[in-house]
Design a protein around this ligand. Structure first.
Ligand code: MLT
Length: 266
């Protein structure tokens, strides 16, 4: 499905019915990464999975995709769907966008799911690396990026033992628009530190992190847990940065428990 929102055609899917849960994907993937969560949760919830601007089947634009811009796209999509309050989840870049969304529209967030993400902004070195990748992808294409990124996105266990998943991630990255990769890198480099936001988060929050995540490691997740008052943390064993896809059963069990408590208590 596509909706014309915030000046672009944004692709999204909706499955199931019940309390709405919107799940924001990681970089440089797309909404299809949430397939294991959609098939499990659609029995009890309305699951909305958008493609960020430029990714998957969403229309791109030629500018840095700042987290604020992506959050505005999500806000416009929710307005289009007449949804005033949702459970908001994001993995990695999806989590950065969730922070930006929460800063602007806290009243619309019933609960937060922060998976394999971090509150910290980039270091100067991190910003330079992003700029370099943005230049590289425009020059050399997406296959190089797929080869570089896949071993970092997946945990050691998945990379060594789950060949199908390795191929699938490489294929998804290879088919992503080079412009989207470049623009999202430039946008992520501009994102502010979200640590000061953490203390203002009052809604129930589930923090998930793969035990083998090297990009946003367990220590970052624990730091978020310490600073978000109403939060709990679950470490997903044998998973790296894309814990939702690497160990979907463990990830889903933690998610379902959290969602059930939220919906029962409201
Ligand atoms: C992601 O998975 O979304 C990326 O690792 C985020 C980032 O590059 O910081």
């Amino acid at each position: 499905m596509k909706a014309k929102v915030n000046g672009i055609k944004l692709a999204y899917e909706i499955h199931g019915c019940g309390t709405p849960v919107i799940l924001l994907h990681a970089f440089p993937l797309n909404r299809t990464m949430w397939a294991p969560q959609v098939s499990e949760l659609r029995k009890d919830f309305e699951i909305i999975t958008p493609d960020f601007r430029g990714f998957g089947e969403s229309q791109g634009t030629d500018e840095p995709y700042t987290m604020d811009l992506l959050a505005e796209d999500i806000h416009a999509l929710l307005r289009h769907l007449s949804l005033h309050e949702v459970i908001l989840g994001g993995l990695s870049m999806g989590g950065y966008v969730a922070f930006a969304f929460y800063r602007k529209y806290p009243e619309m967030v019933k609960a937060l799911i922060l998976a394999d993400t971090r509150a910290e902004a980039d270091t100067e070195e991190g910003k330079t690396n992003r700029k370099n990748m943005a230049e590289l992808v425009l020059k050399a294409g997406t296959k190089v990026i797929a080869e570089q990124m896949t071993p970092k996105l997946l945990g050691k266990t998945s990379f060594e033992q789950k060949q199908e998943l390795v191929s699938r991630i490489k294929k998804t990255i290879s088919s992503t628009s080079p412009n989207a990769i470049a623009n999202a890198q430039l946008g992520m480099a501009q994102r502010p530190d979200s640590n000061s936001t953490l203390k203002h988060i009052t809604c129930p929050t589930l923090i998930l992190v793969g035990a083998e995540d090297t990009l946003t490691p367990v220590e970052n997740a624990q730091r978020m847990k310490r600073n978000i008052h109403n939060s709990e943390i679950r470490v997903v064993p044998k998973a790296g940065h894309i814990s939702s896809l690497e160990q979907p059963m463990d990830f889903n069990n933690a998610l379902k428990k959290f969602l059930e408590i939220i919906t029962i208590s409201s």
